[in-house]
Design a binder for this molecule. Structure first.
Ligand code: F6R
Length: 240
């Protein structure tokens, strides 16, 4: 694991966006694995700025997202599909038919997981962007998720529901389930860039980097991947 410690969120976002933009410039047909949440928003803003100022094109880029809430349609303003359009896709020249997320409003969730796994077998990310949960989750792979898991239905833990409630009118409105790529899907990416900021992530960062590889801290599996770059601000790195 390569660890880069930055002064703040802005510098973290700058470094992450440089890596992703470099990959797209090198390969206009790149597949990007993407995450939602607060951590990558600055990275996505830099990608949009670079696209507008320097013309980096995403016309032939395709994307696969990590996860989606169950029960929210793609036009719901808390769905991850909506988040991705507002925070990234609408600002790029990407063909939105090349963007993929699990469908959280699918009638048959098992069939939807199978569809997404089949898609991921064809669309292997050149880089997978990750955030880190304060409980060590990646995607919605909560503590206890096996390392060989593929896209599956997840019951969110109380800590994740609480962390994510800041974006909803009340904690009662946070969906209790999600569809998420599994750890095995994430590990198939050719490279991984994780962005982490804030003191509340420091213990998870410490466990991920220095602890044992264990399902109790799903992000620890990343120790087994050959090309992982963790970009964390100094608060997130404060226990290293
Ligand atoms: C988002 C995702 C989650 C988040 C994690 C951190 O698609 O899969 O694992 O990356 O919960 O969230 P933030 O960045 O909001 O702290």
């Amino acid at each position: 694991m390569k660890i880069i410690v930055t002064e703040n969120y802005e510098e973290m976002s700058q470094k992450a966006s440089e890596i992703i933009i470099g990959i797209v410039k090198n390969n206009p047909n790149a597949v990007l694995g993407l995450a939602t949440g607060t951590s990558p928003i600055g990275t996505y803003q830099n990608m949009i700025k670079d696209h507008k100022e320097n013309g980096t094109s995403y016309k032939n880029v395709s994307t696969v997202n990590l996860d989606e809430y169950v029960g929210l349609t793609a036009d719901h303003d808390q769905s991850y599909a909506y988040f991705m359009r507002k925070n990234l896709f609408d600002g790029l020249d990407i063909d939105q038919t090349n963007t993929n997320l699990p469908c959280g409003s699918a009638k048959d969730l098992k069939a939807e997981c199978d569809r997404y796994n089949a898609l991921l077998a064809k669309k292997v990310p050149d880089v997978q962007v990750l955030g880190l949960g304060s409980n060590g989750h990646i995607g919605f792979n909560e503590p206890g998720t096996p390392i060989d898991s593929v896209t599956h239905l997840v019951d969110l833990t109380e800590s994740t529901i609480k962390d994510n409630s800041r974006l909803f009118a009340s904690v009662d409105e946070v969906p209790r389930q999600a569809l998420s790529m599994g750890i095995k899907n994430i590990m198939q990416a050719k490279s991984i860039v994780m962005v982490v900021s804030g003191k509340n992530k420091a213990a998870a960062v410490k466990g991920m980097v220095n602890g044992a590889v264990t399902p109790d801290l799903p992000a620890s599996a990343l120790q087994l991947h050959p090309f992982v770059t963790v970009i964390c601000d100094k608060d997130a790195a404060s226990l290293l």
